[in-house]
Ligand binder design. Structure first.
Ligand code: DAH
Length: 337
């Protein structure tokens, strides 16, 4: 019996020591230490031995059991330390710092502008990026053959739709659904068929504004734009309006802010090119033809509207020289804001 027990023990210990992972080790534990293990079978027979042999045999079997258990314990510890078990936990290691997210620079600017306009009583309106020609062009007084469509070439969808080239579409969508007075802004993404370079992208962002009521005048437009400039670029910011053309406003203007970088004092300023003015966007008094398209009476109501490109403002603000950075989602860029 001694020999049999020794054989059982050395086989079990060898197998346990060779176990590659915890699962195998557990199988070996059941096989060599479980109720049906060879050692237990031998132990079960001890009772049938002559009484004189029983104590010694019991001792031998007990020692073998201990040795196998020890081999098992040692191996279990070794596997844990090798980190193979998943339950190994070293509480002395420094913790992993969670990645903290933050808003994209354009989202931050949007939030800020939304705040400024909400402070002046504007609501936020939304419209679809996949639009139809009517809302993107016709209703904005830009019929099929209008030359202003040339600068707004875009991506046409398989049905009659297109990707909107401007957030001015939301002016129409809001006026179609809501009677005046109206005071809304609408931030959102726009698309144009541009060749992508440092200052052009086929996808970009605008904020549109529309204010319609009885007696709205150019002075309201001026005051609104000026208040925005002061809050976003600084209290001493001034605005200037230059005549321009947009099909859906009459008169139309482009507006510039004084250069917040050099204040007109640096002839080689890369932002204002030494002029002291930075061009921001377009605006004007809503063309009566647009009111007619949405069923407003142009004799009773007047309105002003404005639109601006967000990338341009963010680039000026942060000194960013390549518009492509906004859409590349490179954390080395976005983490800086
Ligand atoms: N939608 C124009 C553009 O993308 C910008 C614009 C000009 C918006 C005049 C307006 C406006 O609301 O009144 O070029």
């Amino acid at each position: 019996m001694l020999e049999e027990v020794q054989q059982i023990e050395s086989k079990a210990v060898a197998e346990i020591q060779a176990a590659e992972d915890e699962k195998i080790l557990e199988e070996l534990r059941i096989r060599h230490l479980g109720r049906k293990s060879p050692l237990r079978l031998v132990m079960g027979q001890i009772g049938q031995l002559p009484a004189a042999e029983r104590p010694a045999s019991g001792q031998i079997a007990g020692q073998a059991q201990k040795a196998i258990q020890q081999a098992f314990d040692d191996k279990e510890m070794a596997l844990r330390q090798a980190g193979d078990t998943g339950s190994a936990l070293d509480v002395t290691l420094p913790g992993r710092r969670p990645l903290l997210g933050r808003a994209h620079p354009l989202a931050q600017l949007t939030d800020e502008l939304v705040n400024v306009f909400q402070g002046m009583g504007f609501d936020i309106a939304d419209g679809p990026e996949a639009e139809d020609e009517y809302h993107n062009f016709d209703a904005l007084n830009t019929p099929d053959d209008h030359p202003a469509r040339d600068s707004h070439d875009t991506f046409y969808l398989e049905d009659t739709g297109l990707l909107r080239t401007q957030t001015s579409t939301v002016q129409i969508r809001v006026m179609e659904k809501t009677p005046p007075p109206i005071r809304i802004i609408s931030p959102g993404r726009c698309y144009r068929k541009e060749t992508v370079d440092a200052t052009h992208h086929f996808a970009f962002h605008q904020i549109e504004g529309l204010y319609v009521d009885r007696g709205v005048s150019f002075a309201d437009l001026k005051g609104t734009i000026e208040a925005m400039g002061r809050q976003v670029l600084g209290e001493d910011t001034k605005v200037r309006f230059r005549p321009h053309f947009f099909p859906f406003t009459e008169p139309s203007v482009e507006y510039d802010f004084t250069c917040s970088i050099c204040h007109g004092e640096n002839a080689t300023c890369s932002i204002c090119k030494g002029t002291g003015w930075i061009e921001i966007a377009g605006a004007g008094m809503v063309d009566p033809a647009v009111f007619e398209n949405v069923g407003y009476d142009p004799e009773e109501f007047t309105g002003c509207a404005f639109g601006m490109g967000l990338e341009r403002i963010a680039m000026i603000r942060h000194g960013i020289d390549d518009i492509r950075l906004f859409l590349e989602n490179d954390l080395r860029f976005t983490r800086q804001f």
